[in-house]
Design a protein around this ligand. Sequence first.
Ligand code: HEC
Length: 196
Amino acid sequence: MNVKATLLAAGFALSASAAAAADDCTNVGVEDFFDLDEDQVVAVYACLEAKMAEGYAKNDDPAAKEFRDWTVTATRAAVAGPHGGRLLLTFANDVAAESYLKFADEIEMPVGSVLAKESISLSKKKKTARPGPLFLMTKMEAGSLPETDDWLYGMVQPNGKTAKFKQSFCHNCHEGWAEQDNLAYPLEEVRVSSDG
Ligand code: HEC
């Protein structure tokens, strides 16, 4: 190959990969979700929305299949810091919605409440986004789980498999919000207010 042909070939390869990168909406170009503005966060969520639901739905837990039909508790996904710096969006089932949307400082959630929180993970190295786990909290019968204030914590991997972990791993952090029944709530700026 002569020099000109080599350069042309290299140039083509470059522009082809640049085009592929621009087309790929998972390519966020940052190492930290905190560096995205609101519109970019919304775009990343839109990019992965269908893929997340499809993956979680492979799990046997009905919550993992149905949560998208529940009440969404925030105006968009947001990054709070805990939960691995992921983008987070929480849904509340019918039993939980009214109480949860009060975002009250003191609350006792009704038995049967389920909160499902989707997450989007970031690869710092590749600067790309991908579905993260679905985090679940279910309020069980009073007195049934004394170690965790009757909350059952659950985690579904992006591929639909159930993740193994210790209940204390979740509760040791969530009990910091004991007065509001161990709930941490979405960031204030994105909360859906209960009075519409
Ligand atoms: C280091 C602290 C920490 C740990 C550990 C943690 N969480 Fe959370 N969790 C939070 C914070 C902070 C929020 C609220 C942030 C947000 O949703 O924007 C939250 C929110 C949630 C919510 C939405 C309900 C709510 O609290 O408002 C669920 C469901 C949840 N976490 C499940 C889990 C599960 C399951 C685990 C363990 C596998 C876990 N969490 C571990 C801090 C933690």
